[in-house]
Write a protein of this length. Structure first.
Length: 145
């Protein structure tokens, strides 16, 4: 894990995780812990929102972006000046990209709601290429100080 940078207005955290369900769970837990260190207790709206978005993006990285021998990474950046936390989850899969808009899902289906949830919770979200290989899915969520 890489310790994050911290300034009064900009704080960040980055880490790599095994591309497994356990890795996704650990990413969510560490995101909640980091939010608490940044002044947002686990039960706060900000922490719960970040936890849900991290959980969805990490689960997607594990399920759809897994490439044998490669981990996924998480980066959180809290910008106090803008009131936003940026969540970035990067994996090594280049051919599997999420749709530009969340897919509609069947109300009784067991999957397909992850990006819909991200779309509702985030101010904005998207994808970008990851160098040298893969993609990064990011979302920005509003947090109050």
């Amino acid at each position: 894990m890489t310790p994050g940078t911290t300034t009064p207005e900009l704080r960040s955290f980055a880490a790599q995780f095994a591309s497994s369900p356990r890795g996704a769970q650990l990413a969510r837990r560490l995101a909640v812990r980091r939010m608490e260190e940044w002044g947002h207790p686990p039960e706060s709206d900000a922490s719960c929102t970040v936890a849900l978005v991290v959980a969805e993006l990490a689960a997607n990285a594990v399920q759809h972006g897994r490439v044998p021998g490669h981990d996924f990474s998480l980066r959180l950046t809290l910008d106090a000046a803008t009131g936003l936390t940026r969540i970035e989850v990067a994996d090594a899969a280049t051919t599997k990209r999420p749709p530009t808009a969340p897919p509609s899902s069947h109300p009784e289906g067991e999957s397909g709601r992850g990006l819909l949830l991200v779309d509702v919770l985030a101010v904005r979200w998207g994808t970008e290429p990851r160098r040298p290989v893969g993609k990064t899915v990011w979302a920005e969520v509003a947090v109050s100080s």
